[in-house]
Design a protein around this ligand. Structure first.
Ligand code: AOF
Ligand code: ZN
Length: 363
């Protein structure tokens, strides 16, 4: 199952709207098939593994299938994976976790058991749930998994008072940041960051150049100029703009003409895009994993709405002090009881910087 999980990881960032699943077929102590969900979500992991097993005599007959998610039970572009496993005559299926998709939801396991296949569930379940937390969030909460990435000084500053910000962390942390992009479906930035930095928001690691996620700008009053790199490059790498309910139609048209998708959503009383509405709109387009890269206002708005699930915090061994720009704008915390609280899952050295990962525990 651990092998299947490591295969599944390969799909992260590319399988949306589907989960990233891994499958290993074993017979007589030998691996006869390995598969993982392919870009765009199809073929499924089981299809890939079963295709490999076909080159062995007897195919997958009598084999054990280790799958990180309950095999599907619905007809899509291909018949259900549960049916494919039955037809291949596997003897046993070991599953890490159930699929909450209402089209599956236990039906895949029932189909296998009804065919006389031995089924074991819950193997490495916690790992599998964490791996596909984005997909589970999309199905059960109607929003993606939201990971906030920050590169700051020790005192949590991301720029000096004059706005100088390049570079606070070193090349290793920056490379890790690009690798994070590759495993996400979208990168989200606020319009302030888009205007100030004119960023490309692509994955520029050798070998991973084709792993750039959809770029999303939260732009409440539609201000992104058609000359911005995010707009001019929209045909190469998709750019979406989440904006208020009635954007300027001339600007919206000129952006759309460049291939940018303009997505109007509900606004809050102060005229800003409602964070929950933005997340719902992205999930309904199939987004499961979102990496938020700033700036401070967007980070504060998402934290204030309780929408940040994970933090990836790169911390340089330097200090700017109180005149610097904080990584997170105020989000209304008056009592300590109202703090956004996280637990640390890993901490590593990234060159001269520290890379800390956290998962939200409250609110
Ligand atoms: C599997 N193996 O590798 C994946 C599964 O749109 P479709 O027809 O491709 O179906 C998508 C659903 O299939 C998705 O919501 C989830 O329930 C399941 N994903 N299932 O057996 C896989 N990726
Ligand atoms: Zn399937």
């Amino acid at each position: 199952m651990r092998t299947a999980l490591s295969l599944a990881v390969r799909g992260l960032g590319r399988t949306w709207p589907n989960p990233a699943v891994g499958c290993v077929l074993v017979r007589d102590g030998a691996v006869i098939g390995r598969g993982w969900t392919q870009p765009g979500g199809r073929p499924h992991a089981e299809t890939e593994a079963l295709a490999q097993a076909r080159s062995f005599s007897g195919g997958a007959e009598g084999a054990t299938a280790y799958v990180t998610l309950e095999p599907c039970n619905h007809y899509g572009k291909t018949p259900p994976c549960a049916l494919a496993l039955v037809e291949a005559k596997v003897a046993r299926v070991v599953v890490a976790c159930q699929d909450p998709d209402p089209r599956v939801a236990g039906g895949g396991l029932t189909r296998l058991r009804d065919a006389g296949i031995a089924v074991t569930t819950g193997v490495c379940e916690a790992e599998a749930l964490a791996l596909n937390e984005g997909f589970f969030n999309r199905i059960t909460l109607g929003r993606p998994l939201v990971t906030l990435k920050v590169a700051s000084t020790l005192d949590g500053r991301i720029a000096t008072a004059t706005g100088e910000s390049q570079w606070i962390t070193g090349p290793t942390a920056r490379a890790w940041g690009h690798r994070l992009r590759a495993s996400h479906d979208t990168i989200l930035v606020g319009i302030g960051t888009a205007l100030a930095d004119d960023p490309e928001l692509t994955c520029r690691l050798p070998g991973l150049e084709d792993r750039s996620p959809v770029r999303v700008v939260v732009d409440s009053s539609l201000r992104l100029p058609p000359t911005a790199r995010l707009a001019t490059g929209a045909r190469r790498i998709p750019t979406w703009i989440v904006t208020g309910p009635s954007p300027d139609s001339a600007l919206a048209e000129s952006l759309t003409a460049l291939g940018v998708e303009v997505i109007p959503v509900a606004a809050t009383a102060d005229g800003r895009v409602d964070p929950a509405a933005a997340m719902a709109a992205l999930a309904s387009r199939g987004i499961t994993r979102m990496l938020v890269e700033g700036g401070a206002a967007l980070a504060g708005a998402l934290l204030g709405a309780g929408l940040v699930d994970r933090l990836e915090w790169f911390r340089a061994a330097s200090l700017i002090g109180g005149d610097g720009l904080p990584a997170v704008a105020g989000f209304g915390v008056e009592a300590l009881a109202a703090m956004a609280r996280f637990e640390r899952t890993t901490v590593r050295s990234a060159g001269t910087d520290l890379a800390e990962s956290y998962r939200r525990i409250a609110p």
